[in-house]
Design a protein around this ligand. Structure first.
Ligand code: AMP
Length: 393
């Protein structure tokens, strides 16, 4: 079976053609500058091509993807019928979707109703879906929501302590994101530790970061909220912040709320503190050279992640497994060490030799650690492909 996985943004579209059973990727690539001019990068196991192709809309981008997949020189299929289904990453399923869903007109309309919750992403996701429906009539499409995994949270975790009216009338609550990644890591960790019933905290630490408290495979709490701004500090996002800061900055500098949120989303996080970069590798280089602001940004990040591990250990009444995934979680040896340094009181001990690993599955805790600590590289595309295959079967 072949599933085409699509992640459509407003001016870009990523794709992978993969086998959902084996995870083998036949081809993958990226359309960029949609609506501006258009560029396609397409890779197979032995070829990489880059092309300028006019992409006034997502329709032309999907056509370019299909032409690349079918091409005599760098294609991997002979007919569109070899694509059994398309799986779409959708940012927000609101209160409406607690699992992945085969797309029909009603589902499409319901996703559209979620637009106020993801005003930048959902219209782009919809453009990707509609372009596939248009260019591949008859091929089933599945929506996989970034929020769905978190819909098992109990009300005490997902409700904000604000007047109930805003929840009941406006769906204002904690949703959480990176759900497809958290779900993949939860399932894979169950395989790695050889059991289904255990308490874990997953740290998805990348440019965007979120953590999830997971009991027997089901999410109990997560750090992001109504939007992906909340939780631990990230590359450019501030993470949790006192709402009064927004009022203070707006009053002092005459910012509109949107301008202030732009600062909190794009100029804050470790970039804001360091004044140097949102990339953790740059911060490590800076800190090694004695830049105190870079060191503070790294310290702040590790401290806040460790605080949430403690909070979730309290929420779950203990933890059995701690997992690290995504760019920083998979590769940041010193970041993992700095986080675990705080967690000795939970019986967490990591082995420096075992922790000396990047981008592959590894147990990094000592044999006598009370909590197993694992690096589990995420694979959101595979999770999307599997959910898609499951639904179209
Ligand atoms: P992601 O958003 O999951 O793609 O993660 C991207 C982030 O991973 C980048 O911003 C880097 O800061 C981080 N990263 C990648 N490689 C390393 C590394 N070797 N050490 C620390 N951080 C890394």
């Amino acid at each position: 079976m072949n599933v085409l996985v699509i992640n459509a943004g407003s001016s870009s579209l990523k794709y992978q053609l993969m086998n959902p059973e084996t995870g083998d990727v036949a081809a993958k690539g990226l359309c960029e500058r949609i609506g501006i001019d258009g560029r396609l990068t397409h890779k197979t196991s032995d070829k990489k091509v880059e092309m300028e192709i006019a992409m006034p809309t997502h329709g032309e981008a999907i056509q370019a993807v299909m032409d690349a997949l079918l091409s005599e020189e760098h294609g991997v299929i002979k007919s569109v019928s070899e694509i059994d289904a398309v799986g779409h990453r959708v940012l927000h399923g609101g209160m409406k979707f607690s699992e992945s869903c085969l797309i029909n007109d009603e589902v499409l309309a319901t996703i559209e109703e979620c637009t106020p919750l993801g005003p930048l992403h959902i219209p782009a996701n919809l453009l990707g879906i509609r372009a596939c429906q248009d260019k591949m009539p008859g091929t089933p499409n599945v929506a996989v929501f970034d929020t769905a995994f978190h819909m098992t949270m109990p009300p005490k975790a997902y409700r904000y302590a604000i007047p109930t009216k805003y929840f009941e009338e406006d769906d204002v609550r904690r949703y959480g994101f990176h759900g497809t990644s958290h779900k993949y890591v939860a399932l894979r960790t169950a395989e790695l530790v050889g059991k289904k019933e255990f308490k874990m905290v997953n740290c998805h630490l990348g440019n965007g970061s979120s953590m999830a408290a997971i009991l027997n495979g089901k999410c109990q709490d997560t750090t992001m909220g109504l939007t992906p701004l909340a939780g631990v500090p990230m590359g450019t996002r501030c993470g949790d912040i006192d709402g009064g800061v927004i009022q203070f900055l707006c009053n002092k500098y005459g910012y509109s709320v949107d301008e202030c949120l732009n600062i909190l989303n794009k100029k804050s996080g470790v970039l804001g503190i360091s004044g140097v970069s949102s990339d953790f590798r740059d911060l490590e280089d800076g800190a090694k050279k004695g830049d105190e602001a870079c060191q503070l940004a790294l310290d702040k990040f590790a401290y806040e992640v460790a605080k949430y591990v403690g909070a979730y250990a309290a929420a779950l009444n203990g933890i059995d497994v701690l997992t690290f995934t995504a760019g920083v979680g998979e590769n940041g040896i010193s970041n993992r060490a700095a986080i675990c340094e705080y967690l000795g009181y939970l019986g967490i001990k990591i082995d420096p030799e075992r922790n000396n690993v990047r981008g592959k599955e590894a147990l990094i805790s000592t044999d006598d650690s009370k909590v197993q600590v694992w690096v589990v590289p995420t694979n959101e595309e595979l999770m999307i492909a599997r959910d898609t295959a499951e639904l179209v079967k």
